[in-house]
Design a protein around this ligand. Structure first.
Ligand code: SAM
Length: 248
């Protein structure tokens, strides 16, 4: 029976395409791509001539049904996004869900993912982490998400657009304090790859030092809340307070 392959593609450096990904892209009957012109460039580099069809945010619901039909007819299909791993802040969720509901085999071809690449080299704790994707655009909702990090015990990973990166980091400084451990990863795997940190205040200073610093692709990471001066973690402190109320 046919398989839907979820194929990761490079996030900047073309050398990051895996041999298996190149093989699958060459062998499938069709590649569903977020932006067919963008993916065509990757296919040219790989000298692959597989036909493309578009699957993006706005047509996914209709396209998913058609792709399922092709899979049912026995055609293998690959799904790619513009960069990195499909479905990670990218289209594909509806298609994968539909395929699984209909018993179609879905198989990942792993590779680059900006969140994981950033986290792995950040120096922030990785024992557990929360991937939060893009922050909401509306100010109030953004503030709420950032406030929710005040007591977090894990590193939180965000994607952020260049036009909002300065505002978001300023908000981190305001809400969580300038000395909160944060790391900004920029232009991963590209010529000007940069890691900035170790605090929110240092990142804000760096962004303000040169307008060029605010251009590019960013992964923003917020470290866990530090234990308070008395060495008690915020969660433990909240629990203690609650327990005290219960005591006679
Ligand atoms: N699916 C992709 C993945 O696996 O990383 C992410 C897609 S999302 C639409 C694009 C966002 O990922 C960018 O706005 C940026 O925040 C982040 N990103 C992608 N490539 C990056 C890179 N080379 N360096 C830093 N961040 C990157």
């Amino acid at each position: 029976s046919a398989t839907l392959y979820i194929v990761a593609t490079p996030i900047g450096h073309l050398g990051d395409i895996s041999q298996r990904a190149a093989g699958v892209l060459a062998e499938v009957a069709v590649i569903a791509a977020e932006d067919t012109r963008h993916t065509q460039k990757l296919l040219q580099h790989l000298q692959v001539q597989t036909p493309l069809l578009s699957l993006h945010e706005h047509n996914e619901s209709q396209r998913a049904g058609r792709i399922l039909e092709r899979l049912n007819r026995g055609d293998n299909v690959a799904l790619v996004s513009d960069a990195g791993t499909p479905l990670i802040s990218d289209p594909g969720y509806e298609l994968v869900r539909l395929c699984r509901q209909h018993g179609v085999k879905v198989s990942p071809i792993p590779g680059a993912c900006a969140a994981i690449a950033a986290l792995s080299a950040s120096g922030l704790p990785t024992h557990g982490f929360h991937f939060s994707g893009f922050l909401p655009v509306k100010q109030q909702a953004r503030t709420k998400v950032i406030e929710s990090l005040a007591d977090s015990s894990y590193t939180t990973v965000f994607y952020e657009a260049p036009r909002r990166i300065r505002d978001t980091v300023a908000m981190l400084v305001e809400v969580l304090g300038g000395d909160r451990r944060c790391v900004l990863a920029k232009e991963l795997t590209k010529t000007f790859e940069t890691f900035v940190g170790d605090t929110a205040a240092e990142i804000l200073d760096w962004l303000d030092a040169d307008p060029v610093h605010q251009k590019g692709e960013f992964v923003l990471m917020v470290g866990p809340a530090e234990p308070t001066e008395h060495g008690v973690a915020p969660e433990a402190k909240a629990l203690l307070t609650e327990l005290t109320v219960e005591l006679p």
